[in-house]
Design a protein around this ligand. Structure first.
Ligand code: DGY
Length: 328
């Protein structure tokens, strides 16, 4: 079969260059919408394609996969996270799933640093005052934030993005602590100047800023629950550019409202676009619309990876970014 005859259904509008290349290489069916596909459209799509290219928010569930024809052999996800795909069911049905790791790590780490700096230094409040036209000029005690240098940063999840955050944060004088399923090699720890905490609770008691970089899995759902939030110091900050489901958002909101935490910088939310209105109304939060990897460069490189995964598969090899059961 030539590349061109491979049927590929793409669920979302992708960068123009990526779409153009897909049309050159495959029998690709593109979609104009920026929004996730409905369950019904996904069910139709998997009936009629060899490869599905979904993205964050497209729920490739057990029910959707039950409609897949035997032609569907690859789900080449456009994105690093794959919690919207029922991977176990896909594997059982002999469907390979791949993703796009690495290429977005540095951009996501940059955005994380923007929040790590922006929340304690009250960037949101400062910007609000200027926009409101009510700035009274410089004052010795106005808009006093917390100094970044010398504070303890706790990194939850020391994978690619966690490590990219650690590298950057050291340059701002932050002391790096981390909790991860497995401890890094001593050499990496020395290079990153980081201290390992086997017990997450123990780390939470010590740090000034918590930043989250674990994937969303059944084991990490509400990993930062109310009990753990209460272990943080009252003047601690919490940053999340990973997945909203990892924090109990209602508990976080309550604690921010009652000043049991100093502030939060969030790029992701527990229920996607349905953000707790009380959270949205707070001043001590900097809220972004899931834009950690939103650079032209990352989004093109993610497309390149999708194409490479499909082409390698079509050539009879395993896609380089295949998701394996031990990654779940
Ligand atoms: C991903 O690829 O999973 C990211 O969350 C998108 O920014």
């Amino acid at each position: 079969m030539s590349f061109k005859s491979l049927k590929v259904v793409v669920t979302r509008k992708l960068p123009m260059l990526v779409e153009k290349r897909m049309l050159e290489l495959f029998d690709a069916k593109l979609r104009e919408s920026h929004h996730p596909m409905s369950d019904n459209d996904l069910k139709e799509a998997v009936k009629n394609t060899d490869v599905l290219v979904p993205s964050l928010g497209d729920k490739v569930s057990k029910l959707v996969l039950s409609q897949a024809s035997s032609n569907l052999k690859l789900i080449a996800n456009y994105g690093a996270g794959f919690d919207h795909i029922d991977i176990k069911t896909a594997i059982k049905k002999g469907i390979i799933v791949s993703n796009t790791p690495n290429v977005l790590s540095n951009d996501t780490a940059d955005m994380t640093l923007a929040l790590i700096l922006g929340v304690p230094r009250k960037i949101y409040e400062g910007s609000q005052i200027i926009r409101s036209g009510e700035w009274g000029g410089w004052a010795p005690t106005a808009l006093l934030g917390s100094r970044i240098g010398g504070k303890k940063l706790g990194i939850l999840g020391m994978g690619r993005i966690g490590q990219a955050v650690a590298k950057r944060a050291t340059n701002f004088g932050l002391e790096i602590h981390y909790h991860n399923r497995t401890q890094l090699h001593t050499e990496s720890e020395t290079k990153l100047r980081t201290k390992y905490w086997k017990n997450l609770d123990d780390m939470l008691r010590q740090i000034d800023i918590l930043t989250i970089h674990v994937p969303h899995t059944p084991a990490t759902f509400h990993l930062i629950n109310e009990r753990r939030l209460r272990l943080l110091k009252k003047d601690a900050y919490i940053i999340n550019t990973a997945r909203g489901e990892i924090i109990d958002e209602d508990a976080l909101t309550r604690m921010l409202r009652t000043n049991q935490l100093a502030g939060a910088g969030l790029d992701v939310y527990e229920n996607s676009k349905n953000i707790n209105p009380r959270l949205r109304s707070l001043n001590n939060v900097l809220l972004l619309p899931h834009m950690g990897s939103a650079t032209k460069e990352s989004r093109l490189e993610m497309g390149e990876k999708v194409i490479l995964n499909i082409k390698t598969f079509q050539d009879g090899h395993l896609p380089p970014d295949q998701i394996l059961p031990n990654m779940l």
